[in-house]
Design a protein around this ligand. Structure first.
Ligand SMILES: [Zn+2]
Ligand SMILES: [Zn+2]
Ligand SMILES: [Zn+2]
Length: 447
């Protein structure tokens, strides 16, 4: 048997065959590989250059075209990010520039880069509510059938075409129903109402009744066949001050978010958090019929991530735990300590009431100008998601809770991004109200 010899690397106690040593200069394979990796790293660092694709470019349309350009990964190139996010650049577009971007998106689609083209159209529809009335027939012809929000500005002709097609196109029926829900005009509402009273023959092949598709677009049919909106408008962005300089360019005023309370959850014993406490007369809540001066949405973050948590209001508008709450299945089986949802910067206070002095202050703002109702609705586009008002950014299918007191579908009044609650936080907390019952609800979804 050949005698093994030690690796020449000091501090390595591997023994290797002389044949290996002859090939590697006396090093064991792990040491050899590590040295090669380090050498490569040194090479990259010595030769890497910064590339600023935006240098000298001031036109927002040009900036966006570069942003959407697929980038070849090259370890020797470090791309300098643009000073503003894609979302921020989109928001600066003039009407003329929006049109220019729309044309560019259609060009990309025609030259077989469907994904980029669709992305651009999504930003234009969500951030600017730009109707794609003229483009929609071409999208349909090219069999681009989702995301459904792109179709909300369809013409009367397209709507009628879709109303006809939905009866015959079994393969795309699901997507067509979604588009019709987004179009959602009187004719669509009437059709959904007729379907609700007399189910079409194809309804038995669907997972949900045709009229339920309305929920995906943020409305439902009332008992007498009218359209009822399920979210309030417009939308006001909620953001943390001091995150980055760029965010602070949005003008805003202080708002109370994520404040701990002194009340404890009867299910898990955790502390209730006031997710959002806004003056009821704030313009964001102009359409909400709220009896007290503040709308304070409190919840247990842990329990509401397992099921809907309802709160009622006392005479002064202070929230209290509703007797209607039903403990979700499985909550009894989880390790409460391990699953605790802590709010960043407020940990010390939750653990120990006396430690308030240690609490790190976080400052939040509500934007002073509203944004488009669908701005925060496509969470996968990574817009700034936290908001009062606006169409919810559902991570899963739309899920509006029913009020446990009166059975009415509750209205969405806002959402907080999990990332705002804690570093590396996931998912989204959704807030709802039932006005006649003065009740709030909080639910949660994650991918
Ligand atoms: Zn070694
Ligand atoms: Zn709880
Ligand atoms: Zn109710």
């Amino acid at each position: 048997m050949t005698e093994r010899i030690p690796c020449v690397n000091e501090g390595c106690d591997h023994k290797i065959l002389p044949a290996t040593a002859a090939k590697t200069g006396g090093y064991c394979m792990p040491c050899k590989q590590e040295m090669e990796r380090e050498a490569y790293q040194r090479y990259i660092e010595a030769n890497r250059r910064d590339v600023d694709l935006y240098e000298g470019i001031t036109d927002a349309v040009q900036v966006l075209k570069i942003m959407h350009e697929p980038r070849i990964r090259d370890p020797l190139i470090r791309y300098i990010p643009y000073k503003y996010s894609m979302e921020q650049v989109y928001l600066t577009l003039s009407a003329e520039q929006q049109c220019e971007m729309k044309q560019y998106a259609m060009e990309r689609i025609r030259s077989d880069d469907e994904d980029t083209g669709k992305d651009i159209l999504m930003y234009l529809v969500c951030y600017h509510d730009l109707p794609l009335t003229v483009e929609i027939p071409e999208l349909l012809e090219r069999e681009i059938l989702y995301p459904a929000v792109l179709f909300k500005g369809a013409s009367v002709e397209t709507r009628d075409h879709l109303l006809h097609q939905v009866n015959h196109d079994e393969e795309n029926r699901n997507l067509i129903l979604m588009m019709l829900a987004y179009i959602g005009d009187d004719v669509v509402v009437q059709q959904f109402w007729r379907w609700k009273r007399t189910q079409p023959t194809w309804a038995s092949e669907m997972y949900v009744a045709p009229e339920c598709y309305a929920l995906q677009a943020g409305w439902e049919l009332t008992q007498d066949g009218q359209r009822r909106e399920l979210f309030i408008t417009p939308s006001y962005s909620l953001y943390e001050v001091g995150e980055t300089d760029a965010r602070e360019r949005v003008k805003g005023e202080p708002v109370s978010l994520l404040e701990p309370t002194s009340k404890h959850c009867p299910w898990c014993g955790g502390i209730f958090i006031s997710l959002m406490n806004v003056h009821a007369r704030h313009p964001a809540l102009h359409s909400v019929d709220w009896r007290s001066s503040q709308l304070d949405v409190q919840t247990c973050l842990l329990c509401s991530s397992y099921g809907v948590v309802y709160m009622e209001m006392d005479g002064e508008g202070n929230p209290f735990w509703s007797e209607h709450n039903v403990k979700p299945d499985g909550l009894d089986d989880i390790d409460l300590e391990e699953n605790k949802v802590e709010v960043s910067g407020m940990v010390s206070m939750i653990l120990d009431d006396s430690a308030e002095g240690q609490r790190q202050q976080r400052l939040f703002h509500i934007a002073s100008e509203p944004r488009q109702p669908f701005h925060g609705s496509e969470w996968a586009m990574e817009p700034s998601l936290s908001q009062v008002g606006g169409h919810p950014g559902w991570v899963q299918d739309a899920e509006y809770p029913a009020c446990p007191a009166c059975s009415t579908t509750m209205k969405a009044i806002g959402q907080l991004d999990g990332e705002m609650i804690q570093e590396y936080g996931e998912g989204m907390f959704y807030m709802f109200v039932c006005e006649p019952c003065q009740m709030t609800a909080v639910s949660y979804q994650q991918s």
